[in-house]
Ligand binder design. Structure first.
Ligand code: 0X9
Ligand code: ZN
Length: 302
């Protein structure tokens, strides 16, 4: 069977997505999110026993070199699909929510990390400048090109020539806008640092539900501690790391998604982006337990 504890290429992930949809026809549906700048398909999976439930939206791999993120997305999808019949908690999560999951968002960048530069972060778009690539997590419609984003095309945090210039950003933003009021939760999986980051990151400002996000992040961190003993911190973006403008989780929150995070997976810096495959299983197991806690709350929000 498919090995969830190794890193997979774009082609392998594409095949895996269609295999999931084929093997679990009543629980999983594959669709095309968009076509990337370089012409690759960006696919998503919609999971759940019915399709009209409130949505929990997840994307993995917006930053190309953060390989553990798509690895987690694949593991998580597989858990939801294979445990549905036997695990009461998973059954409830799949009966009460519609999971929209993009296992690999920045497909062009990801391919480039396999072929040319393991440390590539951005997309591969070029708008006629010396350097290629836009930081997709600076390209969303939230204080676009403001503090914590660069207008220099050679910067790793280049916000792009215009807001939503990147097809993957435009397509994900469209999903968020088309489902306004019907998305309970959003998580963008990144690495590394082991942090639950919630809004806001573009300004020193707290959300209306800051207490809820604090409490839920705290419980998710505790679930991780109880699973593998790993420490994950949490806090608003402006506090936990650095200011970021044009990031997806702030855009999601401001489009009426109350539970919104950037989650930074393992590690805390020893291996950084080049996390050994031996750590995939532990990372997936701990974050799966955190997702149970978060899903439980998402099912309660009204
Ligand atoms: O800079 C980013 O886009 C994210 N970190 S990463 O190392 N994965 O690139 C952080 C985004 C969350 N916002 C803040 N931490 N302020
Ligand atoms: Zn990242």
């Amino acid at each position: 069977g498919y090995d969830y504890y190794v890193y997979h290429t774009y082609d392998e992930i594409q095949q895996w997505i269609s295999d999931m949809a084929t093997q679990f026809p009543t629980l999983a549906r594959q669709s095309l999110l968009t076509t990337s700048t370089e012409g690759r398909a960006v696919n998503m999976l919609t999971l759940g026993s019915s399709t009209d439930k409130p949505i929990f939206l997840i994307d993995c791999g917006v930053h190309a070199r953060e390989w553990i993120a798509p690895a987690f997305c694949q593991f998580f999808v597989h858990e939801l699909l294979t445990l549905y019949e036997t695990d009461a908690q998973v059954k409830t999560m799949m009966d009460e929510l519609t999971w929209v999951i993009v296992p690999l968002l920045n497909v062009d960048g990801y391919e480039y990390t396999w072929s040319d530069d393991r440390m590539w972060r951005k997309t591969r778009s070029n708008y006629g400048t010396a350097c290629s690539g836009v930081d997709a997590n600076r390209n969303f419609d939230i204080n676009w090109s403001g503090e914590g984003a660069s207008t220099n095309p050679c910067s790793n945090t280049y916000c792009g020539p215009s807001v939503e210039s990147e097809p993957i950003v435009k397509a994900l933003s469209d999903i968020i806008r088309e489902n306004t009021g019907n998305i309970r939760g959003y998580i963008a999986f990144h690495s590394y640092s082991q942090v639950f980051v919630y809004p806001y990151s573009y300004a020193f400002e707290d959300t209306a539900n800051a207490d809820q996000l604090y409490d839920l992040s705290s419980r998710a961190s505790q679930a991780i501690k109880d699973t593998t003993g790993m420490d994950y911190t949490f806090g608003p973006g402006y506090d936990s790391m650095y200011l970021v403008s044009g990031g997806s989780k702030d855009m999601a929150y401001n489009n009426q998604i109350p539970l919104s995070w950037t989650v930074e997976l393992r590690d805390t810096g020893r291996y950084g982006f080049v996390l050994p495959e031996s750590q995939i299983e532990g990372t997936c197991q701990e974050m799966y337990q955190a997702m149970i806690v978060i899903a439980d709350e998402a099912m309660k929000v009204n």
